[in-house]
Design a protein around this ligand. Structure first.
Ligand code: UDP
Length: 500
């Protein structure tokens, strides 16, 4: 009906579909899930993002920006039961766990979040329609069941890792193989791929974490679908193979790191930077294009003192300018003393960041031309998204298979030569010597033909990554399909079947 030219028909906008996101409280998992939350919210989905006080305080500027821009994301801080699980107060993220003996306690604390989360969601208005939970949070399966809503798992690691572990599990290869270093043929692939169990260990070690491992596998088995931070063009064979074997919807939605292009929020991605941002950017601006090497090993890999000295000596001998990240936990008295002389000798050739580095900003600066990386999947995607070739130095989990992808399939990196995960090394064993570092750096950063070809391939892959996230691209369209799926789900109901 039209009166005086005005349309008088009242149209009530349908409520936004409402997703609850429960990340694993580890930087490599939380960072991409926050990107995903922002991306979904920008495309018309209401998000309830579960976090804790310490984790929220690390990214206050991002949360403030979300509120300022009226994105429909609600950050819920659940009290974290650290002391109940035998952890020090404030130990609310994996990178704050003081020793690996306490990892189990950290998972115990996460499991204790089950009832508070369920209680919170039962009282939540508007009602959620779906959950997207990190694969490593299997306890959320019971919450979704209690609320009677769909549950999707989110995979932080690469698909090459997820698929290979899935295939080895499905064919009982973990049980059959007694030697972790023996190479086995990965089933269900169109070509022959040989890997050793130590490079595809699956979810946590089966001796100490058997129950958790079983629960994780069960939660994947019973999930309604899978969301992955990868894109089809980077690992097509593994994405295809995984889709075939998993038997449920798989949405590849990455690289999620390409979501945030705003310097002011990218600089605090994950945590407050331990470097003056202007000083760092001025230093980078003063450098030639693609001349700087970035050296960082993610949030969990911890270097021994002797290894730090070897890296330093190798970087020094290479003659290349670099940014090197030394984590807070690596700053022993010995290292701090040694760094004084080292930094003095390096002068303006180096920038050593002691603590949290604004990695995504560094990698995307035009001056950065190489990355020594532990091959965490986020670091790999961030390098790919900035066309930065890599020197691969895997430590554990999915990192060895990510190295394989980078070096063998994508050919945008060279390996530094480590063969075994860190758990297999002796107490005083130092796997990488200064000459290895120097050789790899000279080769990656040099102007030889192979180095140049590597750069060309890296640029081509970056183009593919950008395209995947743009309208019409594979990940963009998968996100559209994921949102359609979420929209089709009814809001949660209570046990009597009435909506609460
Ligand atoms: N990161 C960062 N600054 C640091 C260390 C890490 O911004 O000083 C970010 C990095 O950019 C990536 C994540 O933390 O997004 C680490 O995830 P990844 O999967 O690479 O490794 P993990 O820490 O899980 O081993």
């Amino acid at each position: 009906t039209t009166i005086n030219g005005f349309n008088t028909t009242t149209t009530v906008a349908p409520p936004l579909p409402h997703v609850v996101i429960v990340p694993l409280l580890a930087q490599g998992h939380t960072i991409p899930m926050i990107d995903m939350a922002r991306l979904l919210a920008e495309r018309g989905v209401r998000v309830t993002f579960i976090t804790t006080a310490v984790n929220a305080s690390r990214i206050t500027p991002i949360i403030d920006r979300v509120h300022e821009s009226h994105l429909p994301i609600n950050f819920i801080e659940l009290p974290f039961p650290a002391s109940e699980a035998g952890l020090p107060e404030g130990c609310e993220n994996f990178d704050l766990v003081p020793s690996k003996e306490l990892f189990k306690n950290f998972f115990d604390a996460l499991f204790l979040l089950r009832h508070p989360l369920e209680q919170h969601l039962k009282d939540l208005v508007p009602r959620p329609t779906c959950m997207i939970n990190d694969m490593c949070n299997p306890w959320t399966a019971d919450v979704a069941k209690a609320l009677n809503i769909r549950r999707l798992v989110f995979h932080g690691p690469s698909c090459i890792f997820i698929f290979c572990c899935h295939a080895l599990q499905k064919h009982n290869i973990y049980e059959k193989v007694t030697d972790d270093t023996e190479e086995v043929l990965v089933p269900d692939l169109p070509i022959n791929v040989l890997i050793s169990i130590m490079h595809a260990p699956g979810w946590f070690n089966p001796t100490d974490f058997k129950q958790l491992r079983d629960e994780i596998l069960n939660a994947e088995e019973t999930a309604d679908g899978v969301v992955m931070n990868t894109f089809d063009e980077i690992e097509p064979m593994f994405v295809e193979a995984y889709k075939k074997v998993v038997g449920k919807d798989v949405w590849t939605v990455g690289p999620l790191c390409l979501y945030d292009r705003d310097l002011s929020t990218r600089i605090v991605r994950g945590n407050k930077a331990a470097v003056d941002e202007d000083r760092m950017l001025n230093w980078l601006d003063s450098m030639d294009e693609r001349s700087v090497l970035y050296v960082s090993f993610g949030t969990l890999a911890k270097m021994k003192v002797g290894q730090i000295f070897e890296i330093g000596a190798g970087l020094e001998a290479s003659g290349v300018p670099f940014i090197w990240v030394i984590k807070g936990v690596e700053k022993s008295v010995e290292v701090v003393e040694w760094l004084e002389g080292f930094e003095e000798r390096m002068g303006l050739r180096s920038l050593v960041i002691k603590g949290w580095a604004p990695q995504a900003v560094i990698l995307s600066h035009r001056a950065v031309g190489g990355f020594i990386s532990h091959c965490g999947w986020n670091s790999t995607l961030e390098a790919v998204s900035s066309a930065v070739p890599m020197i691969t130095w895997p430590h554990f989990a999915d990192q060895f298979l990510n190295e394989r992808l980078v070096v063998e399939y994508l050919r945008i990196g060279i390996n530094i030569g480590v063969k075994k995960p860190v758990f297999y090394l002796g107490e005083d064993e130092i796997p990488v010597m200064r000459d290895d570092v120097e050789r790899a750096v000279r080769s990656l950063m040099g102007d030889g033909e192979e180095a140049e070809e590597r750069r060309v391939r890296a640029r081509e892959l970056k183009e593919k990554a950008m395209k995947a996230m743009e309208e019409g691209g594979s990940s963009y369209e998968n996100i559209t399909r994921l949102i359609d799926y979420i929209k089709q789900q009814p809001p949660c109901k209570d046990v009597q079947g009435t909506e609460f």
